[in-house]
Design a protein around this ligand. Structure first.
Ligand code: SF4
Ligand code: SF4
Length: 304
């Protein structure tokens, strides 16, 4: 979603800006996390990024049960039930009054409107670091393709300052949108989850047909590209799954899988966020793959 401000300045929804990243493209980078994602991966470690709208996070373990949020809320969305604070989210207007009232830091709202200039003011702080490391700005999310006009405006602004640009995308959009954004990116990080279409649908909520088509198109555009596969135990981390990805990259895209595919070991660092959003569903509980197994998968990738 792109919003034009009163001055004609382009604005968009952002939930985090992380400086000094070394995992999101070449060199040392500033990563801008945009709200909204077209996929609903069951393992998602950034659930606060899924909706373009902001989300109220509640850290129960920090709550002192002082009741200030109950008094502060103009919409009566908070109450004390059996000594615990409850949020009735359907009443919450995301006004932020309870966040300001909470002295324990138990509440925050993930997601705010920012202008291109506000973001560039942060990004420009590390110009010397980008120059020395070959880094720059990376748009991530969520998926920056959800806010295409804003993403293009940001990438253009970075290029105007001579800053290298990268995007992390799902590729689950019409080619016109993917091209519009990646035309302004020096480097593309592209998620490839699993080759089997039915499993892709089950795990992410969408087919991978369009994603694979966009991967072919991007390679045809001679984009510098790295495919990334988050390894989810029992879902896509078998040797055969990795070989299938390697075969696609090697034989359909004409690229060396060992150079152009990065396997990402499972992590569950975002698990507590589900509780902070009052998520009611079941959550899978997995262990990270062993280093020896990751090595074996990387060897399978290289052996195709
Ligand atoms: S963000 Fe505003 S509406 Fe929502 S619970 Fe807090 S005070 Fe109430
Ligand atoms: S204001 Fe903060 S600490 Fe106090 S009850 Fe509300 S969430 Fe808990």
């Amino acid at each position: 979603m792109t919003v034009l401000g009163e001055t004609g300045e382009t604005k968009g929804w952002v939930f985090n800006i992380q400086r000094y990243s070394t995992h999101d493209g070449p060199g040392i980078r500033t990563v801008v996390f945009l709200k909204g994602c077209p996929l609903h991966c069951f393992w998602c470690q950034n659930p606060e990024s899924r909706s373009v709208k902001p989300v109220l996070m509640f850290k129960k373990d920090r709550c002192t049960r002082c009741g200030r949020c109950i008094a502060a809320c103009p919409h009566q969305a908070n109450s004390m039930v059996e000594g615990e604070v409850r949020i009735e989210r359907s009443r919450c207007a995301l006004c932020g009054a309870c966040v300001a009232a909470c002295l324990a830091g138990a509440r925050d709202i993930q997601g705010k409107i920012m202008t291109v200039q506000e973001i560039m003011d942060v990004v420009a702080k590390d110009m010397a670091i980008y120059d020395n490391s070959g880094g720059g700005i990376t748009l991530s999310g969520g998926d920056c393709e959800m806010q295409p006009g804003f993403s293009v405006a940001l990438l253009r602004a970075a290029h105007e300052e001579g800053i290298n640009t990268a995007v992390e995308i799902t590729g689950a959009f019409a080619w016109q949108t993917v091209k519009m954004i990646t035309d302004h990116a020096d480097y593309v990080l592209f998620d490839l989850k699993v080759m089997d279409e039915e499993r892709h649908k089950k795990g992410t909520g969408v087919s991978n047909a369009l994603i694979l088509e966009n991967a072919r198109n991007l390679v045809g555009e001679k984009k510098a590209i790295l495919f990334r596969t988050p390894l989810i135990p029992g879902f896509n981390d078998s040797v055969e799954d990795i070989r299938a990805i390697a075969r696609f990259v090697k034989y359909e895209l004409g690229l060396n899988p060992a150079e152009h595919v990065r396997l990402l070991a499972y992590n569950n660092l975002g698990e507590e966020k589900y509780a902070r959003m009052d998520y009611q569903g079941e959550r899978p509980s997995y262990q990270r793959q062993s280093d020896a197994y990751i090595k074996e998968l990387n060897e399978s990738l290289a052996a195709v």
